[in-house]
Every structure is written in C-alpha cells, then in structure tokens.
Write a protein that binds this ligand. Structure first.
Ligand SMILES: [Zn+2]
Length: 618
C-alpha cells in the first residue's frame, strides 16, 4: 500500500533559510547555474539527461481492446442538439473507458433499462420517449443513475421529471449564462476564479431547486442559475447538466458532470503539461515593430534577446517546466530544387542550447513556413500567399535538409516532434513524415477544430504517429481559452500551450497590449495551472507523446464493491494515471497495485504500477 500526500505548493524561489546542510543544495544549484551560464556563453551544448518518460516501442495494432458489458446507456434524439450531444458524449465516455451502448429514442424499450446502471439522455423533446419516461423514473428510484446532458425543450413530458430532478420551479424562458462559478473541489482549478463564457446565448433552464440538490456549478452573480447539480432520488442519483454548450472545448465539464453519478468514478488521464514555442529558433525580422518601439525603444532583434527570451526563460525556471522549440530554417517560399543550408547559426546555438539546458527539446517545424501540401491541396482561397510543394520528393528534401540542419546545430539529439506550419498538413505530408522520417514520433497540431487546421485527439494514429495536440495558445488567453484549459485539465489532466515570438508583432494576437501585459497574462495562466495541480508532470513534446501512448493504449475493466473499485488493466506497460472522484464522503484507506495522491476535495490522482489495482474506501 502506498498513499502519498499532495505535494507542497512551493516554487523554487521561495526562501529556505536554515542550517549549513540545508543551504548546501542551494550552493550546489548556484554552482551548477554558473557552470550552465558559462557553457551557454560559449555555445556549448550539454549532454542532456534522458527523458522523464521513454517512448514505448509498441504498435497500435498490437494493443488489446477489452469488450466488457456496457453499464451505461446513451439515449439520443436524432435532431441537431441530440446528435451533437451524442457525438460529444461518445467521445467523453470512450475516452473515460466507460463501455456504453447508444440508442435512438424510438428504439428504447422499458425492459432494456434493467441492463444498465447509468443512463445519459441527449434528448431535446422528451415526449419522444413516450411511456419510457415513467419507466426511467421508476428505474432511478430503484437505484439507477440518470444524467440529463443538456437543457431540453420545456415540454410537459420533461416537466413530469421535475420531482426526481429536484426542480421546484422553472421559468418559461432560458437564461443567458455569461459567467460560471464552480463550487470548491468540483473541478481542478475551477473554484479559484469565475469563468466568463464567450458567445453566451439563452442556453440554460431558469430553474429554482429543492434544498436537497447539491449544486456544483452555477452562474456568477447575485441570483445564480444552477448549471450542474446532483440529487439523490430514491436509491438512485440524478445529475442535470444545464450548460447547453456541446462542443469539444467543453468536454471536461460534461465528463465532470458524468463523474458525479454513483458512488465513485475513475478514468484514465495523461497527467502532463507542455509548452511549445513556435518558430523558435528561427531567423528574426530586421528593423522595428510599432508596439515594441513604443514600449521599449528596441529593435525586434534586441527585444527578443533582452526582454522576450529573458522573461520567457525565467518563467519556465520559476515553475520548473520545459519548452519544446520548433525550428524554422529560413522564411523563403521555395518549394522545389536544392534547399540551401542557412549558415547564420549563432542565434540557433544561443537560444537552442539555453532551451535544451532548461531540459527542453528541439522539434521540427519546417525548412520554411510552407505547409506540407502538394499542388492538388485546396486552400479554399484562404492562403493566397502560400506556395504548394511541387512534388513529394521536394517535400522530403526540404524536411531532410531541416533535419540535417538541426543535427549539425544540436549533435546527439533526435528530432521527434513535428508541428505543421500554420497547423496545416495534407494526407501526403502526414504519409511522408510517417513513412520516410522514422525519427519523427509525434505531430503536435491543434486540439480544437477550425478552418483548414489539422485537428487531433490525444491518441496514437494507425500509421504509428502519436497525436499530441496543443490545446491553447498565445498571450491573450481570453475567456474561451481559459474555459477550454479548465475543461482539458479536468478531462485529460493536460495542459498544452503554444506561443510564438512574433505574437508581440501581431495586433490580432495582442501586440497592442504591449509585452508586459501579454507576459502577465501568460504568467497568470501558468500560476493558475501549477496552483490547481502542483504535481502535474512538466514534459517536453516527446515526453508528452510517451504519456499519450500509455494513456491511449490503456484499457480497463472495473469491478465495483460497496467500498471499493478493482481495476484490471490491459496494455499496461510500466505506469498509467487515473483521476478518481469519490462522491459519497468517503476517503481512500487502502490501495494496492498503485499509488494515490489527494488532488482536491473528492478528487484523487491514481498512478497504477501494476495491471491490477485495488482501491478501498473508508
Ligand atoms: Zn510557425
């Protein structure tokens, strides 16, 4: 049995006065720092320590899929909201490794309910459920766990469920939700501030609840509207998710709502935080930029060296995280012919070695910034200035030149992570990387869909490439970005941030705010993250890829008892991480086959070290 406690929140710069022996580590660190800085000044590359987590040499085709009995039934209506809810909840449940069946409203029969312990309704018009509604009510009272996935039409049929949902009264119009307040301990990082909702609409039922409802999320302000609540009904539980936003960026909130059903809920997580720097190192524009000149009276080049990098570097040192820098060799639009070597290597050595000495990683972005697409790719008129590669061989030659360039700069390194320029890459480009560049293990494109962007899930693809999408980006870090970050911290226990040095030149990315404000936004995010989960693992692009492999491959069957959960894991290699929510006021008293740390209130982080994990509650 091993139970470890939440790690302390101290950051490295906190004062640690005391005896000679307590000062000794400080002295050693100082000496090491001096040596590191001396080495950097001479552009000497250090021999790096090995990664904190090694990539697995396991093919996706070789993993086992368990086919346990489905305990969860997802009932959906074939309309717009019902289908959106179905799609989102299928992603949420499958990634939580909860076996489920999905049925359209009209195909549900009362006797089916007895086969399930959880029921999720992605339904807009409850009258379509007909007499089954009465059976659902009886099923809950007999011990079933029901989740209403989104606010439906306020029909008489839906109102007939109010007594088990704990709704005392409900207005005829829907409430516009502009800001969310989460109760303490419901979400990691959720209670430390309220979260504004971008693009609010009349999304949520204006309900007034019975006193025995437990509210986990509500609107901010003097007259809060309940957004997520739970109520015991007979021997069962109901959870109402009154949010009404059914899109990828909110999956973590629906996952958290689902995890309130029943006595406890456990699901695998990645447990990683990564920070990417786009186009870094790369050639720097000459001359001046308006907002940098306004605030600092420095050229772009001098600003990057003296302010931007100093602040960015120190932030990583303060919180102990690592950067993955994505190299661009030059900025031409050349897409055929001989790709000449960039001989101006000074900046690459200076910045690249500092980044590596921080424990970071160098990844491949492009010989130039032209996405890996051939001439048959349709840019839909969006990127008129982009040239398309003449041939597969030209793309290969360019990536090869970039790889050789990096190898000459950073000897002994392997370049395993690729970020597509402008987040665009064609099937041909992906095939090229997968088949001709075996060193490239991971592609880090974007998590959220949009435009022509190559949008990913955290998973290993059939071609063996590990998809490690970046979730949020930039230095504005507005309302939506914050909510998405909160959602992913609680869904995958992941943070993946992407910044570009030239964000400070671009008004659309916040340049007018000035660097001081932009950096303050990023610092605030980082502080929120490491306060919410001090123990989250800070990782490079390759390390998070290794974590995604283990996360994606793991499968599990769970056996519940009154006071515990027993997990049997498939595709377990050396470790696997899980988030556990215990709903009924219990605590973990024993765990075997794993270790456990208390995250917040009812949330625990479990590290499996064996393919069988047994968790006992008090
Ligand atoms: Zn770029």
């Amino acid at each position: 049995m091993a139970i470890w406690q939440k790690k302390d929140n101290s950051t490295p710069e906190q004062d640690r006065s005391g005896s000679f022996f307590s000062m000794l580590p400080v002295a050693i660190v100082m000496c090491a720092l001096v040596l590191v800085l001396a080495a950097v000044a001479k552009n000497v590359s250090y021999t790096a320590q090995g990664p904190s987590l090694e990539l697995l040499d396991v093919e996706k085709q070789d993993i086992t899929h368990l086919s346990g009995k489905s305990d969860c039934l997802l009932i959906y209506e074939d309309d717009t909201m019902g289908t959106m809810g179905l799609n989102e909840m299928m992603s949420v449940l499958s990634q939580m490794r909860i076996p489920f069946d999905a049925l359209e409203c009209g195909d549900v029969q009362a006797e089916m309910l007895a086969d399930y312990s959880e029921l999720v309704l992605s339904v807009t018009h409850y009258q379509y459920l007909g007499e089954v509604l009465g059976d659902i009510r009886s099923w809950v009272k007999a011990g079933g766990n029901l989740m209403i996935l989104y606010p439906p039409e306020l029909s008489g049929s839906f109102r007939s469920l109010f007594d088990i949902l704990g709704v005392r009264d409900c207005g005829d119009s829907y409430a516009v939700v502009e800001s969310l307040h989460f109760s303490d301990g419901f979400l990691l990082g959720g209670a430390s501030r309220d979260f504004a909702v971008s693009d609010p609409y009349d999304s949520s039922m204006s309900v007034y609840l019975e006193d025995d409802c437990e509210v986990f999320a509500q609107t901010s302000g003097a007259y809060p509207v309940p957004i997520i609540w739970r109520r015991n009904a007979g021997r069962g539980t109901v959870v109402v998710d009154n949010l009404g936003f059914l899109e990828k960026g909110y999956r973590g909130l629906h996952c958290a709502a689902y995890s309130l059903l029943g006595p406890a809920c456990i699901y695998p997580v990645i447990n990683a935080s990564a920070f990417y720097i786009d186009d870094f190192p790369s050639p720097v524009p000459s001359g001046y930029a308006p907002y940098i000149e306004r605030d600092y009276n420095l050229s772009i080049k001098d600003f990057y060296s003296s302010r931007w990098w100093t602040d960015t570097y120190n932030l990583a040192k303060k919180y102990g995280f690592k950067y993955t820098g994505m190299v661009i060799e030059e900025y031409s639009d050349q897409v055929s012919g001989i790709f000449e070597r960039n001989t101006d290597m000074e900046r690459y050595l200076y910045f690249g070695n500092m980044l590596l000495n921080l424990g970071g990683e160098i990844g491949l972005h492009g010989y130039n910034h032209m996405p890996l697409v051939l001439e048959d790719f349709d840019y839909m008129g969006l990127f008129d200035s982009y040239s398309q590669w003449r041939s597969y061989q030209d793309m290969r030659n360019a990536v090869n030149e970039l790889k050789n360039f990096c190898a000459s700069l950073y000897p002994g390194r392997t370049f395993q992570v690729y970020v597509p320029p402008s987040n665009i890459i064609s099937e041909d480009g992906i095939d090229l990387l997968a088949s001709d560049f075996p060193d490239i293990k991971a592609i880090a494109s974007v998590y959220l869909p949009g435009g022509l962007a190559y949008c990913q899930e955290f998973q290993v693809e059939e071609n063996g490439i590990i998809s490690t999408p970046r979730v949020i980006a930039g230095y504005i870090l507005g309302d939506y970005t914050r909510l998405v970050a909160l959602s992913e911290l609680n869904f995958h226990m992941v943070s993946s941030h992407f910044q570009h040095p030239d964000d400070v030149l671009d008004e659309d990315r916040g340049a007018e705010l000035g660097w001081a404000n932009m950096f303050a936004n990023l610092s605030d995010y980082v502080d929120w993250l490491y306060t919410a989960v001090p123990s989250i693992r800070s990782m490079t692009g390759s390390e998070i890829a290794a974590a995604v492999q283990r996360y994606d491959y793991i499968d599990m069957t769970q056996t519940r008892s009154e006071n515990g959960i027993h997990l049997e894991l498939a595709n377990f290699y050396d470790e696997a991480w899980f988030m556990l929510r215990i709903n009924e006021g219990q605590e973990i008293v024993h765990i075997s086959g794993g270790e456990c740390s208390h995250l917040d209130n009812t949330l625990y982080l479990i590290r499996a070290v064996s393919n069988e994990v047994d968790i006992q509650f008090s």
